[in-house]
Design a protein around this ligand. Structure first.
Ligand code: PXP
Length: 253
């Protein structure tokens, strides 16, 4: 089932990881990702996303504590499916938990989670998080098998990985980009048709956001790296305002 009208206002979650990347490059106390989160809130973001990686390369445990204490926006806590992260999430009980794959050697989250092959383990893994009141989303490729598996393990939300679409655009391979876009379009509609809430993100920029924002089933976009980079040139609030403007424009059709 595909919809012709959007399901509602598209939410923007601002990922602040790379404010912490810059801070950690010098081992200083600045720039502070919590300050960035507050500015994102002022700019009209509907949520803040932060990924506590196993190697703590950007966001730290203390950042998560401070975000939980001071944020009024919902926190989307990205984490790998490990016992350590589950304990941290259960201690803080953020609004949302997004389960992502993680390999130490990768530069960023390179692919979606392999849910289909790990259904049993992941079903047990997310159950206590759901019981604790966290809205669990699973970060996956736009792949029917993975979407069906996410539904079977009881996740209410899937976040579709837009990285391949954005990479193809950046490389100027427009055929591949359009193929990826079509796959994302079909799989957003499919995930929605089986009762899942659909989010999307990874690698989105001003040039790539509109076609994704136009998918009527997509309820939330999570965007970080580009916005933090753009903030160097125009400031974080104007950078977010421009993203919001493009999302709204795409949504209005
Ligand atoms: N969504 C998920 C699940 C992610 O892991 C990331 C990257 O941390 C993002 C969205 C945001 O990606 P980017 O920083 O490339 O905008």
């Amino acid at each position: 089932m595909s919809l012709s009208r959007p399901l509602g206002r598209l939410r923007l979650g601002v990922n602040i990881d790379h404010v912490a990347t810059v801070r950690n490059a010098r081992g200083s106390a600045y720039p502070d990702p919590v300050r960035a989160a507050k500015l994102a809130e002022e700019a009209g973001a509907e949520g803040i996303t932060a990924h506590l990686r196993e190697d703590r390369r950007h966001i730290s445990d203390h950042d998560i504590e401070r975000l939980m204490e001071t944020l009024t926006l919902p926190l989307n806590f990205e984490m790998a499916a490990t016992d350590e992260m589950q304990k941290i999430a259960l201690r803080h009980r953020p609004h949302a938990v997004c389960i992502v794959p993680e390999r130490r050697e990768e530069r960023t989250t390179e692919g979606g989670l392999e849910v289909a092959r790990e259904e049993n383990r992941l079903a047990h893994f997310i159950a206590p998080l759901r019981e604790a009141g966290c809205r669990v989303s699973i970060f996956i490729a736009a792949d029917r098998r993975q979407i069906e598996a996410a539904q079977r393990i009881g996740a209410p939300v899937v976040e579709l990985h837009t990285g391949a679409y954005c990479d193809a655009h950046a490389e100027g391979d427009f055929e591949a980009r359009d193929r990826e876009l079509e796959r994302l379009r079909e799989m957003s509609a499919f995930a929605h048709s089986i009762g899942l809430e659909v989010h999307a993100g990874h690698g989105l920029t001003y040039d790539t956001v509109k076609p994704i924002a136009a998918f009527p089933e997509v309820m939330e976009l999570n965007i970080g790296h580009f916005l933090i980079g753009e903030a160097i040139f125009r400031g974080l609030v104007p950078a977010i305002h421009e993203m919001r403007r493009l999302m709204d424009e795409a949504r209005e059709g």
